[in-house]
Design a protein around this ligand. Sequence first.
Ligand SMILES: Cc1ncc(COP(=O)(O)O)c(C=O)c1O
Ligand SMILES: Nc1c(O)cccc1C(=O)C[C@H](N)C(=O)O
Length: 424
Amino acid sequence: MTFENTREFAKQLDSQDKLNKYRDEFIFPKVNDKKVIYFTGNSLGLQPKRTKAYVDEVMNDWANLAVEGHFYAEKPWWDYHERFAEPLSKIVGALPSEVTVMNTLTVNLHLLMVSFYRPTKKRFKIICEEKAFPSDQYMFQSQVHFHGHKTEDAIVEIKRRDGEHNIRLEDVLAKIKEVGDELALVLIGGVNYYTGQVFDMKTITSAGHDAGAIVGWDLAHAAGNIKLELHDWDVDFAAWCSYKYMNSGPGNASGCFVHEKHHNNPDLPRFAGWWGHNKERRFKMEPTFDPVHGADGWQISNLPVLSLAPYLASIEMFDEIGMDAIIGKRDKITSYLEFILQEIDKEVNSSFEIITPTNPAERGCQLSVLLHGEGRSLFDYLMKSGVITDWREPNVIRLAPVPLYCSFEDMYDFGQILKEGILK
Ligand SMILES: Cc1ncc(COP(=O)(O)O)c(C=O)c1O
Ligand SMILES: Nc1c(O)cccc1C(=O)C[C@H](N)C(=O)O
């Protein structure tokens, strides 16, 4: 597709965009009484207008029913989470029995490691990406220490090559082969938070299994952003947060995937609690744990229904639209943003460097841009001008043109503000 850097062309793209109507379903912060151009949905998604009704429903049931709300609310709280299974399974490419919602992301990764990181004397190493998100690094370090290993012995990082911003698939596969029978677990961020690189999860999962390892994925930046086929890729487990691309609200609940091949394994350890116990007999207060079949069997506590309400509001919007339509717009608007950046770079003779892969199959909707020669003052100018991005040292801005609420005209306007900021 040939793009043009004009407002008329951007407006034309918006007029052809079938998802453009969803923009009005979101609440935008304002700067100078104008909706911001919001590029940080990879950190916190915007609030859907429909969210309040879902939260008010729970608040009203609590007010009017109190404890009876657990069983007699229109959406009973005791199995409120079961409303996620169908829609969430479509977003991550799973069976409904393979997904559940609970806790928050890093907590879930720890609990899944209880089940899936069981080192032996021989097979104890974990492969991850270099400079994984810090919470993942601390999770890995604390897990291997818990099992009596040293970080330097047990954690193997796959490194970028000198002068390259992204990790090569061939290097991931070579490292898996190299570690071989000492490899217990491969756990990588499916979409890298810093560069926006998408990893070939199918190929890496297969290679990890060939080496005799378990393979899991941190999908914080992937769920709701890219096409996932966790069941068919034979992924063992995964977890994601819901407050980024799934617009559930700050610090909100995480989602988990556990492949059905692990559902009936009595030898699989897990930290148990009553909400993972047999649903029909849960209130008989039995002494012996009998796990619910499926990923719900990893639940521990009764669920934070007030948190799940915004999550459900968003998931039901995703179900209305479908991931294919979201991904279709994502590819178009991300490519248009890439075009705008390249055009502005030429116009102001700057030296931007997009460090996200140029191949649409290797990226989601995030573009990470090294602003060579520019400092934090440009970032500050953008923010003051109503362009919300985030700054990552040394001088990278991350731009996530989330398809549900970003417009093509936003991209054009961003380009004009960026040019002003550089030329001022
Ligand atoms: C890749 C990745 N992993 C883990 C986290 C931490 O998630 P939480 O604070 O919900 O545990 C984040 C961001 O918050 C992230 O981007
Ligand atoms: N969870 C966050 C928070 O509570 C404050 C600020 C940022 C976040 C984030 O989610 C960071 C995000 N994971 C990132 O990749 O930058």
